[in-house]
Design a protein around this ligand. Structure first.
Ligand code: B12
Length: 162
């Protein structure tokens, strides 16, 4: 694993009772190739499992998939639960077929943003674009002394730290 991918660790899974597995495998493969260290929890993942994994892996982001249409119910209070467990500044993304049937994406996006997700993705989201956004959002959330390209981190990488 590259040093770069260790800088961008994320937890990924399909939430609730949702067993759609294909998108999850594609996301894992594309994100990994894009330099993201993916902790993939697979399908039928409970909110608390995402949170436990993010805490134990010290992940910078949680990516939630919901394909079967029950995203609103399954994602209810996710941000609040993260905060209760001390994940106060974790990046939260959600994507897939988030609601039942066809609804205007802008409405769905606004609804999930209101629920505390930083970004909301349509099923046809460009995954290369997602990788760029993810890296930028994780970087923006890093404590100042650990920011990428900061002096201490750069020194450590060059073997210059004490
Ligand atoms: C295969 C399939 C199944 C298989 C799943 C097998 C398996 N283990 O994977 C089976 C037969 C089990 C199944 C069951 C059901 N299914 Co189904 N299924 C499909 C089907 C045909 C293909 C899904 C798929 O693999 N797509 C390909 C992958 C690559 O796409 P994807 O999953 O959308 O993932 C991509 C994007 O969404 C996006 N993405 C996903 N998550 C995230 C997250 C982030 C952060 C980002 C950036 C991007 C992102 O990136 C992924 C990769 O490109 C779709 C129809 C369709 N054409 O999509 C219906 C579909 C998803 N199923 C549907 C339904 C309703 C069900 C059932 C509820 C049916 C029933 N009444 O029993 C059950 C639910 C079972 C359960 N508990 O989950 C509906 C969902 C409707 C909705 N959301 O409004 C669909 C859309 C069919 C339809 N048109 O009605 N299904």
């Amino acid at each position: 694993m590259s040093t770069e991918s260790q800088d961008y660790k994320i937890v990924l899974g399909v939430i609730g009772a949702d067993c759609h597995a294909v998108g999850n495998r594609i996301l894992t493969s594309v994100l990994t190739q894009g330099g993201i260290d993916v902790v993939n929890l697979g399908v039928m993942v409970a909110q608390d499992e995402f949170i436990e994994a993010a805490l134990s892996e010290q992940a910078g982001a949680i990516l939630v998939s919901s394909i079967y249409g029950h995203g609103e119910l399954d994602c209810q209070d996710f941000r609040a639960r993260c905060e209760e467990r001390g994940l106060t500044d974790i990046v939260l993304y959600v994507g897939g077929n988030l609601v039942i049937g066809k609804q205007e994406f802008s409405v769905v996006e606004a609804q999930f943003r209101e629920m505390g997700f930083d970004r909301v993705f349509h099923p046809s989201a460009d995954l290369q674009e997602v990788i760029g956004l993810l890296k930028a959002d994780i970087d923006a959330n890093r404590p100042a002394q650990l920011a990428r390209n900061s002096r201490p981190l750069a020194d450590e990488r060059l073997g210059l730290s004490a």
